[in-house]
Design a protein around this ligand. Sequence first.
Ligand code: B3K
Ligand code: ZN
Length: 882
Amino acid sequence: MRTDTGQVIHLADYRPTDFVLERVDLTFELDPTETKVEARLIFHRREGVDVAAPLVLDGDELTLAGLLVDQSEIDAARYTATPEALTIRDLPEATPFEVTITTIINPEANTQLMGLYRSNGIYCTQCEAEGFRRITYFPDRPDVLAPYTVNIIADKAANPLLLSNGNFLGGAGFGPDKHFAAWFDPHPKPSYLFALVAGDLGVVEDSFTTLSGREVALKIYVEHGKEARAAYAMDALKRSMKWDEEVFGREYDLDIFMVVAVSDFNMGAMENKGLNVFNDKYVLADPETATDADYANIEAIIAHEYFHNWTGNRITCRDWFQLCLKEGLTVYRDHEFSADQRSRAVKRIAEVRHLKAEQFTEDAGPLAHPVRPVKYREINNFYTTTVYEKGSEVTRMIATLLGRDGFKAGMDLYFERHDGEAATVEDFVKCFEDATGRDLTQFSLWYSQAGTPVVTASGAYDATNATFSLSLEQMIPATPGQSAKEPMLIPLRLGLLLEDGSEVTPASVSGIEMTGDVLHLTQRAQTAVFSGIPSRPVVSLNRGFSVPINLHFNQTPADLAHIARHESDQFARWQALIDIALPNLTQAARDAREGRDIACDPAFIEALLATAGDETLEPAFRAQALTLPSEAEIARELGSDNNPDAIHAGRTAILTAVATAGADLFQSLYDGMTTPGAFSPDAESAGKRALRNIALSFLSYAENDPARASAAFKAANNMTDLAQALTILAHRFPDAPETLDALAAFESRFRDNALVIDKWLTIQATIPGDGALTRVRALQQNPHYNPKNPNRVRALVGTFAFSNPTGFNRADGAGYAFLADEILDIDRRNPQLAARILTSLRSWRLLEPARADHAREALMRIERSNDLSTDVRDIVERILKG
Ligand code: B3K
Ligand code: ZN
């Protein structure tokens, strides 16, 4: 049975270590089941610390095989070793001392994929957040930084490749069958950034010359035979390196930068210093096997991990409460990179869609927590969309408030002041204050107050005085552990549009501070008065989604349509269309639930089709406009008492109405938006494919016949088109012979490519309706499914729970019961994966009562298990309680 002490860690309890770590020397003798790790650690006692203070090192499932202090054995009375800690007493008083620790670990048996594990014959590590303590006893916390030397000894034939962080020092033969390699990383780093990879892999090589003229060797390691599929990742890496020099003035700092792709990985990728380890899903791509979304993800994640070299590695976090310091900031940086590489407006739309779908949902439920939490029981459960995506939005707001130059000055100061340190959110904010002279005290509430603020707006035009008043009120909903909240600084970008579509610049603004087009709302209720407004303006509020809020603003569909037509801010045009669509979709869900006829406002259809057909707009934008809010978004809008079947039926009716009215347009888009010639993953071509494919989807509603999608499936010459045609067939016509043929053809063509088989699993796991569960169970018996591989589990079980609202939320509760069984099973092998998938039940209280009861039962069954990991116990208890 596992031990969960239920121990909660508090930010307020932070204190530095008693001992300062000066240097780390590690020697690994790799063996699949008995790897010997020798760690030589040089420490000195921090000034002022009691000489009697013991050295306490972290462990996790470790057994001590040897211990020396200053190269001598010590009396057994002087130390205590348990699987979780090594405590050494009576240490030398003044001078630095050396502790040599030997542990024996079993990489093959490591199914958690934390620490050192072996996947497909490749040794690999994952140490963030607390995996290093599964390798050796260590002060495993991010504020303990040291340079590392790593020696790796392994069987030469099985492991021609021996990699670790930093620069390669040298290597040689070692006995008849073995060899060794030595690496040195001069940049002091915390243990979570340690990495080791060994095995037999193919490589793609390139180089990059930095701004100051240093040549960096670039290497991407993949399974033999897959080298060609790493070309796009390499290209994205070089573009990222250049962009960080140009935009943030950041140069790379080692002689070599390596990326290794592995097939068993708990997350997307990991930014270990000089040796990034990636889930191969985010490295491998070619037109035959990767969709446009895959290419965009690879570009973003390669960039994200690379950008961590400065925001995360050179400047790291003092403690795990500061996680947003590296994650929120680095997400902001990768968002900006993708915006510069692709279409800024379309990128912003995709970001906001994701933010609202994931982060707003988290913030409105039992797992809500501040961007910088103040307590945790299991840190792995805090790699959340709030820390990452809301963390990025908070950084974006700093840039909005301070402007381009102020933001840059603050960032430069941060890099200069904290390089080589483990910093805090306060340190970060202070740099912007010091660089610009602006007080960010109130703004900092964004880090500490959870919950998505609700801003209610109303406007009044005074023709006599030619003024327009905009009244704004903010309210931050209660979240677990936080009932009362302070008003925040809300930087609201806006535009005032006149009847002819032009934008009016007010002669003056009073009541609320305004810089450029940004209103700085600071109080609970405030009114801005704009003067010199010749006629009633249409207000476009929260342009570019300058602030992550829920906006309540009663605008007429006509005003929204005006924004959708005339706004210079493309994001706002898209938002206006969504705001017209949403009431139609929620009303349709209500009507479906009550068995009433479903009607769709013709003005909405007209506005939508006008945008879809507007050739002055880029195709990717038009495709985003046509992508109506998902069933999950409609559920969020409805707020409570959700019936997923009614939401699905209502949405289907609206899609059918749009499809019928726009059939001619969709036909012409389908025929016209072709991308002749060789496949190119560039944003413009991807946009055309997106528009063509969404037109195909609407045609499937208009025609209600699988023939066209079946023909598209047969004609497709790239994975984007192929996967979309298969999705339409499977989701719209699950039992049609065309669909069964296409699924079989897809499987037989790609059966040797696990990443493509994941798409095949996902498409089937998300077929709407009660039959989904039976299908998912059957697919678990398919030889392609492997419950030990996180990508397979996420593709089948994860997407079923997260992305199949009708199938998962079956009225009889069978979906939840299935999930409970799965969580208990997965948890035995891989707690992190189990805990993540369990969060799919975070909104259970918003379901209609009968479903909510079934969901509670399933959660309580998980909770009753007496063999849960800390990860799953933490999530299940919070979901039930909150
Ligand atoms: N820093 C890692 C995430 C580690 C998650 C540990 N549970 C990847 C990233 O955000 O870049
Ligand atoms: Zn990150």
